[in-house]
Design a protein around this ligand. Structure first.
Ligand code: CAA
Length: 380
């Protein structure tokens, strides 16, 4: 596989870097401290094409490939992983599925505003008793004339209070187990949708996460995506791409940790010389750099397979499993290199650790990624 970026991909990476440094960096500290959602930044990202990067231009997107997307995700998340996850969910978990399986009516009504950044989306699969065991859905959708009536509770929904539209899973036929799950587009403004209180999180505090209650929500039958019973397949296939996005978010955090640690080690003096002269520090930097590059290569491999329309389930899970561990490890090492300064909020590395941890949990825990990888290996 050739991983050299084309001129266009490189230009997108640089545009994302400029945007992140000029527009996202200045407010990153207050966003983390005050758990503030970056409304203005998300709006500008929409105008620049970052919210529907892989969607075809006819449906309001930027028509780019997955490699460009992972490059942009890394650069944005390197500066602020909260902004990264908002972007990742809208692109990978919402726009992707509507474009792939939605009717032209749904694409016109929902995908165009989502992909052009006028509206924001959220992905609703998890429930209080259906996290890793995603097949255990309790939310129901009962047909009633030209509507489905939805009842249930969704948990841990990224963009939960800020999204306009939800890519929602619900059971249309509970007797069939996961083959009875269907996908709907639900609007936040529909009667009976209740967003819960924003979770007070350890990290990615600029993104909002909440539960969503559905109380007799009447959803027009046109808002069913595909056919009844296809929802679990849609959710799993969507998550395969989502995992590439989260792996890129993790990579951004790891790269930021490496750069912060390298810079600090050249400035900080101990024993009459910069600590970068010490082998103890050099070994840490070297290990971080190897892991960061290895994570990037795994991500590019998964992205390339997706762009080439080949199977990428295993490779996406491998990229997420590895990159998320690298993010946590690199953030920890960056703190260690900063010593006491790394443990206080004055430096950014303590936030990198808080932001990194979630990448080992959402869009499938590391344990789930291992299950996915092993099952794919054993199928071969
Ligand atoms: N890609 C495509 N299809 C998949 C798949 C994948 N990665 N994983 C499972 N499937 C398919 C299987 O092939 C099977 O279909 P068939 O019967 O047609 O063959 C069906 O799904 C059921 O799969 P299993 O029999 O393997 O079911 P299981 O219950 O043993 O395991 C699981 C399923 C892999 C554990 C799955 O439930 C899973 O991935 N769980 C994790 C869920 C998850 O990632 N949640 C994240 C929440 S979203 C989030 O975090 C978003 C956010 O806001 C940031």
């Amino acid at each position: 596989m050739n991983f050299e970026l084309t001129e266009d991909q490189l230009a997108i990476k640089m545009a994302a870097r400029d945007f992140a440094e000029n527009e996202i960096a200045p407010t990153q500290i207050e966003r983390d401290k005050e758990a503030k959602f970056p409304y203005e930044i998300v709006k500008k990202m929409g105008e620049l094409g970052f919210m529907g990067m892989m969607v075809a231009p006819e449906w309001g997107g930027a028509g780019m490939d997955t490699i460009s997307y992972v490059c942009a995700m890394e650069e944005i998340s390197k500066v602020d992983a909260s902004v990264g996850v908002i972007m990742s969910v809208n692109n990978s978990l919402v726009c992707f599925g509507i474009e792939k399986w939605g009717s032209d009516f749904l694409k016109d009504k929902y995908l165009k505003p989502l992909a052009s950044g006028q509206k924001l989306g959220a992905f609703c699969l998890s429930e209080p008793e259906a996290g890793s065991d995603a097949t255990a859905q309790k939310t129901t959708a009962v047909k009633d004339g030209d509507f489905y009536v939805l009842n249930g509770m969704k948990n841990w929904i990224t963009n939960g209070t800020t999204a306009d539209y939800y890519f929602m899973q619900a059971m249309t036929n509970p007797e069939l187990g996961y083959k009875g799950i269907s996908t709907f587009i639900v609007e936040k403004e529909m009667a009976g949708v209740e967003t819960g209180v924003k979770e007070d999180k350890l990290g990615i505090r600029g993104s909002d996460t909440c539960s969503i209650g559905l109380n007799n929500v009447r959803v027009p039958k046109e808002n069913l995506i595909g056919e009844e019973g296809q929802g679990f397949k849609f959710a799993m296939e969507t998550l395969n791409g989502g995992r590439i996005g989260i792996a890129s978010q993790a990579l951004g955090i790891a790269q930021a940790s490496l750069e912060a640690a390298t810079k600090y080690s050249k400035q900080r003096k101990a024993f009459d010389a910069p600590i970068a002269n010490l082998q103890a520090i050099q070994f840490k930097l070297a290990d971080m750099a190897v892991n960061v590059d290895a994570a990037r290569l795994l991500i590019l491999q998964a992205a390339k397979l997706k762009d080439d329309k080949q199977k990428y389930i295993k490779e996406a899970a491998m990229a997420k499993l590895f990159a998320s561990k690298v993010a946590v490890d690199c953030a920890l090492e960056a703190i260690q290199i900063h010593g006491g300064y790394g443990y206080v909020r004055e430096y950014l590395v303590e936030r990198y650790l808080r932001d990194a941890k979630i990448t080992e949990i959402y869009e499938g825990t590391s344990e789930i990624q291992r299950i996915v990888i092993a099952r794919e290996l054993l199928k071969a």
